[in-house]
Design a protein around this ligand. Sequence first.
Ligand code: ISE
Length: 339
Amino acid sequence: MPSRGTLSVAVVGTGKMGADHVRRIQRVISGARVTAVVDLDEERAEALAATMDGCRAYTEPVAAMAAPDVDAVLIASPGPAHEAALLEALDRDLPVLCEKPLTPDAASALRVLEAERRLGHRRIQVGFMRRYDAEYAELKRLLDGGELGRALMLHHRHRNPSMPPWFTNEMLINDSVVHEMDVTRWLLGQEITAVTVLKPAPSSYAPEGMDDPQLVLFETESGALVDVEIFGHCGNGYQVRAEAVCERGTVRIGDEGGPRVSADGRWGGRVTPDYLERFADAYDRQVQAWVDATRRGEVTGPSVWDGYAAAAVCEAGVSAQREGRRVEVEMIERPAFYA
Ligand code: ISE
């Protein structure tokens, strides 16, 4: 890994998120370039590689990681493919930025955690990008500052205009609410201990087999209560909001900003269409921070521990969703390695 030179990155997975990271590395951030793209869909990988000088296409992450011009790996393939790619990268001691979820369940996340501990130093940053969003960062600063007293409750709203056809009921927890699991742990500085999922009568736009929307309730170590409205098919843009209710005040983030237009007897603004636009700055800051830290020989940001803890909460969440009861989170003690 270069301590100063341009970082040569292999991007694994060239779907919506992977392609956006390729664009970001090539055109938005500094200090890195894409020298390899990997996708099972060979044609798609070849077509993307052909748009960049000095970039090769691969169908297997192992082959890209073995290439002499790859210093680091950004994993943006579907969750079930993460474990094998992460273990391979750890074997080669390559720095990784891995999109959430780290892996689809707690047992596989634990295997990755054990492998990183055996290596003896951190190598993996998990892509919980909301921590890099300016408003979430400000909320964290206010909570940490203590002027508002202890946080008693968090209210989260997480609405997507629609979900892709392959999106499942469980993915509303594992792929969507996983963000609120991470920001809750991060904002409050404590673990989530139990999850309950409540379901109103579904929207008539909910696909067959999906309970949409759902209300997810977390309990935390100190007794704070956290609710998350997850709505996969709200039909009205992408809306992510949060409110902290503290002993001496409240803080709300995520309200639409931007120009408010008054015309024709109405006033209003624009709702962001999707997460790539809503969190564009957060993604940029996250990838820049990863590149900068990697070039300094450091690993910062959300760790494998954070990925494992979120996976453990997801597991409780999926059981709660399926069984209609409160489920306690089961997880190991935090190892000193991740203190
Ligand atoms: C998607 O995978 C994301 O990560 C988005 O941030 C989230 O809002 C969406 O619900 C997920 O499907």
